[in-house]
Design a protein around this ligand. Structure first.
Ligand code: FES
Ligand code: FES
Length: 152
Protein backbone atom coordinates (compact mmCIF):
# COMPACT_ATOMS: atom_id res chain seq x y z
CA UNK A 1 0.00 0.00 0.00
CA UNK A 2 1.15 3.51 -0.79
CA UNK A 3 0.36 6.49 1.38
CA UNK A 4 -0.84 9.57 -0.42
CA UNK A 5 -1.53 12.89 1.24
CA UNK A 6 -4.16 14.68 -0.79
CA UNK A 7 -5.72 18.00 0.19
CA UNK A 8 -4.39 17.50 3.71
CA UNK A 9 -5.91 14.04 4.14
CA UNK A 10 -3.88 10.81 4.26
CA UNK A 11 -5.00 7.91 2.09
CA UNK A 12 -3.62 4.44 1.51
CA UNK A 13 -4.04 2.85 -1.90
CA UNK A 14 -2.81 -0.16 -3.82
CA UNK A 15 -1.40 1.91 -6.66
CA UNK A 16 0.72 -0.62 -8.55
CA UNK A 17 2.16 1.04 -11.64
CA UNK A 18 -0.81 3.31 -12.25
CA UNK A 19 -0.57 7.04 -12.77
CA UNK A 20 -1.41 9.51 -10.06
CA UNK A 21 -4.31 10.72 -12.21
CA UNK A 22 -5.81 7.23 -12.34
CA UNK A 23 -5.50 6.69 -8.60
CA UNK A 24 -6.95 10.09 -7.74
CA UNK A 25 -9.95 9.52 -9.96
CA UNK A 26 -10.57 5.79 -9.66
CA UNK A 27 -9.55 5.06 -6.06
CA UNK A 28 -10.05 8.35 -4.23
CA UNK A 29 -13.03 9.63 -6.19
CA UNK A 30 -11.34 12.96 -6.85
CA UNK A 31 -12.44 13.55 -10.42
CA UNK A 32 -11.57 17.23 -10.66
CA UNK A 33 -8.35 16.44 -12.52
CA UNK A 34 -9.37 15.41 -16.02
CA UNK A 35 -7.82 13.11 -18.57
CA UNK A 36 -7.41 14.82 -21.90
CA UNK A 37 -4.42 13.76 -23.96
CA UNK A 38 -2.87 11.37 -21.46
CA UNK A 39 0.60 12.28 -22.71
CA UNK A 40 1.45 15.50 -20.91
CA UNK A 41 0.36 17.87 -23.66
CA UNK A 42 -2.95 19.45 -22.60
CA UNK A 43 -2.81 20.32 -18.89
CA UNK A 44 -6.31 19.01 -18.12
CA UNK A 45 -4.85 16.74 -15.45
CA UNK A 46 -2.80 19.45 -13.72
CA UNK A 47 -2.54 19.20 -9.95
CA UNK A 48 -0.04 20.60 -7.46
CA UNK A 49 2.63 18.38 -5.94
CA UNK A 50 4.66 20.18 -3.29
CA UNK A 51 3.29 23.39 -4.76
CA UNK A 52 4.45 22.67 -8.31
CA UNK A 53 2.01 22.18 -11.17
CA UNK A 54 2.34 18.59 -12.40
CA UNK A 55 0.70 16.64 -15.21
CA UNK A 56 -0.76 13.85 -13.13
CA UNK A 57 -1.15 11.67 -16.24
CA UNK A 58 2.65 11.46 -16.41
CA UNK A 59 3.46 10.87 -12.75
CA UNK A 60 3.25 7.43 -11.23
CA UNK A 61 1.20 7.47 -8.04
CA UNK A 62 4.04 5.81 -6.17
CA UNK A 63 6.26 8.81 -7.00
CA UNK A 64 3.87 11.06 -5.08
CA UNK A 65 4.10 9.11 -1.84
CA UNK A 66 5.00 11.38 1.06
CA UNK A 67 4.48 14.53 -0.98
CA UNK A 68 1.85 17.18 -0.57
CA UNK A 69 -0.80 16.79 -3.29
CA UNK A 70 -3.46 19.40 -3.98
CA UNK A 71 -6.37 18.87 -6.36
CA UNK A 72 -9.11 21.32 -7.25
CA UNK A 73 -11.34 19.69 -4.63
CA UNK A 74 -8.95 20.98 -1.99
CA UNK A 75 -9.61 24.61 -2.92
CA UNK A 76 -13.22 24.71 -1.76
CA UNK A 77 -13.40 22.16 1.04
CA UNK A 78 -16.53 23.63 2.60
CA UNK A 79 -18.20 24.81 -0.56
CA UNK A 80 -16.83 28.36 -0.47
CA UNK A 81 -15.07 28.97 -3.73
CA UNK A 82 -11.41 29.90 -3.81
CA UNK A 83 -10.80 33.42 -5.12
CA UNK A 84 -9.26 32.01 -8.29
CA UNK A 85 -12.37 29.92 -8.96
CA UNK A 86 -14.54 32.97 -8.30
CA UNK A 87 -12.49 35.06 -10.73
CA UNK A 88 -12.99 32.43 -13.45
CA UNK A 89 -16.74 32.59 -12.85
CA UNK A 90 -16.81 36.38 -12.72
CA UNK A 91 -15.04 36.62 -16.07
CA UNK A 92 -16.82 33.73 -17.79
CA UNK A 93 -13.46 32.04 -18.24
CA UNK A 94 -14.81 28.69 -19.47
CA UNK A 95 -17.44 27.07 -21.61
CA UNK A 96 -17.48 23.30 -21.02
CA UNK A 97 -15.04 23.73 -18.08
CA UNK A 98 -13.14 20.52 -18.84
CA UNK A 99 -9.88 22.47 -18.75
CA UNK A 100 -10.81 24.66 -15.79
CA UNK A 101 -9.42 22.66 -12.84
CA UNK A 102 -6.05 22.53 -14.55
CA UNK A 103 -6.10 26.23 -15.35
CA UNK A 104 -7.13 27.11 -11.80
CA UNK A 105 -4.29 25.09 -10.26
CA UNK A 106 -1.72 26.41 -12.72
CA UNK A 107 -2.93 29.92 -11.89
CA UNK A 108 -2.49 29.19 -8.20
CA UNK A 109 1.09 28.08 -8.78
CA UNK A 110 1.74 31.16 -10.92
CA UNK A 111 0.43 33.57 -8.30
CA UNK A 112 2.42 31.82 -5.59
CA UNK A 113 5.58 32.34 -7.62
CA UNK A 114 4.72 35.74 -9.09
CA UNK A 115 1.98 37.56 -7.20
CA UNK A 116 1.45 40.25 -9.85
CA UNK A 117 2.31 38.73 -13.24
CA UNK A 118 1.95 40.80 -16.38
CA UNK A 119 0.10 39.61 -19.47
CA UNK A 120 3.14 37.97 -21.05
CA UNK A 121 4.07 36.18 -17.84
CA UNK A 122 0.51 34.86 -17.54
CA UNK A 123 0.47 33.67 -21.15
CA UNK A 124 3.84 32.04 -20.78
CA UNK A 125 3.05 30.28 -17.50
CA UNK A 126 -0.32 28.98 -18.66
CA UNK A 127 0.93 27.91 -22.08
CA UNK A 128 0.88 24.25 -21.03
CA UNK A 129 -2.87 24.37 -20.39
CA UNK A 130 -5.04 24.04 -23.47
CA UNK A 131 -8.69 25.02 -23.84
CA UNK A 132 -10.50 23.38 -26.70
CA UNK A 133 -13.41 25.79 -26.28
CA UNK A 134 -11.14 28.74 -26.94
CA UNK A 135 -11.85 30.56 -23.69
CA UNK A 136 -8.37 32.04 -23.64
CA UNK A 137 -9.35 35.75 -23.76
CA UNK A 138 -11.56 35.46 -20.71
CA UNK A 139 -9.09 33.23 -18.87
CA UNK A 140 -6.47 35.88 -19.46
CA UNK A 141 -8.84 38.58 -18.17
CA UNK A 142 -9.60 36.55 -15.05
CA UNK A 143 -5.95 36.03 -14.20
CA UNK A 144 -5.09 39.63 -15.01
CA UNK A 145 -7.80 40.78 -12.64
CA UNK A 146 -6.28 38.60 -9.92
CA UNK A 147 -2.87 40.00 -10.69
CA UNK A 148 -4.14 43.52 -10.21
CA UNK A 149 -6.35 42.91 -7.19
CA UNK A 150 -5.34 43.01 -3.58
CA UNK A 151 -5.80 39.55 -2.16
CA UNK A 152 -5.52 38.33 1.38
S1 FES B 1 -4.18 14.50 -19.66
FE1 FES B 1 -2.33 14.99 -18.69
S2 FES B 1 -1.48 16.57 -19.86
FE2 FES B 1 -3.24 15.95 -20.98
S1 FES C 1 -13.78 25.53 -21.40
FE1 FES C 1 -13.97 23.75 -22.63
S2 FES C 1 -11.94 23.02 -22.84
FE2 FES C 1 -11.73 24.92 -21.83
Amino acid sequence: MTRLRVNGVDHEADVGTRTLLAVLRDDLGLVGAKEGCGIGMCGACTILVDGEPISSCLMLAVQASGRDIVTVEGLAPEGKLHFIQQAFIDHGAFQCAYCTPGFVLSTMALLNETPAPDREEIRDYLSGNLCRCGSYPNILRAVEALSQSERT
